[in-house]
Design a binder for this molecule. Sequence first.
Ligand SMILES: [Zn+2]
Length: 349
Amino acid sequence: MSVISRNIPAPLFIKIESGAFRKLKKVLKENHIEFDKPLIISERKVLELGGNEIVRSFGEPGIHLAKDNSISEGDEIGISLRQNNNDVVICIGGGRILDLGKYAATKAKLNYISIPTSPSNDGLASPVAVLKNSIGLTESLGVNMPMGILVDLDMMKSAPIDNIKAGTGDLLSNFSALEDWKLAYDENKEGMDDFAASLAYSAADLMYGKFAGCQKVELDEEKFLKTLVNGLILSGIAMNIAGSSRPCSGAEHEISHAIDKLFPGRSMHGLQVSLGILIAEKLRKKDFENYNKFFELIGLPTRAEDIGLTDDELMQALELAPNTRPDRFTILEKKNLDKKKIKELVKSL
Ligand SMILES: [Zn+2]
């Protein structure tokens, strides 16, 4: 009898350590990867803060400094990658840079290396890029997985504390997303990929299991950042395995999408998602108290005002939330809240 198994997509290398910027060439060599004509996508500030070390290690590579994070900018890079015969894209920067680079590389059918400098969301290895369309609204676009990921923990330590909090919220949202996935499966609305679910759960539990019982947590400490970055990368791989963002996106993400639509720019994705987790947990009547306690410990949002919204604005977002992903069944669709119930819910936070 032949052994039945499945092939799991994964990057060729994942290197997470202090001083990793200096080691890219070595890591490529260890993995027998060679490039003649890389294009580095980054921004001036990131290059000055350490990215230039990578630039120099490639001699005189092509460099694109990101402009407006739009789909048209990504399309233009895609065309120039082919015209210039580039053979790899190296993205160095925060979420915006990675999204632009992975979209352009996917368009040009090239491999890309993800070098995040901020742990603000699970886009480090996810199959999704969020870019602005021609009327300035954000769109989520499907992209390939990175061939490799390199994270310099020294760089992560200097990320703004809110970015670290946002990444933590996005990672912990896996718990909420998985509750919703199971709910949709139990109600025969969606199929479930158990391996992707297990990986997404383990990624979030790395963080929650290690730090939820602590008296004090330093977010910019290496131990915390390492756990966060590993969790965010595993979340991205779980999404690649599932072929969608489902293992890491449920009601809490619908709430964040609604806030983006109604009140763009008020807060960061991962912080909005954090509040979304608490709201979804209130509805599930499961772990609200535990999450609330942990969120207070590490300074994640627990009320509307923490993400720059009034209670009334949050109520408007909750009304819109189920419509942001009509194809997805979550606790919000299950409860089908009317205005009165939404008001009670927001007041109970
Ligand atoms: Zn997210």
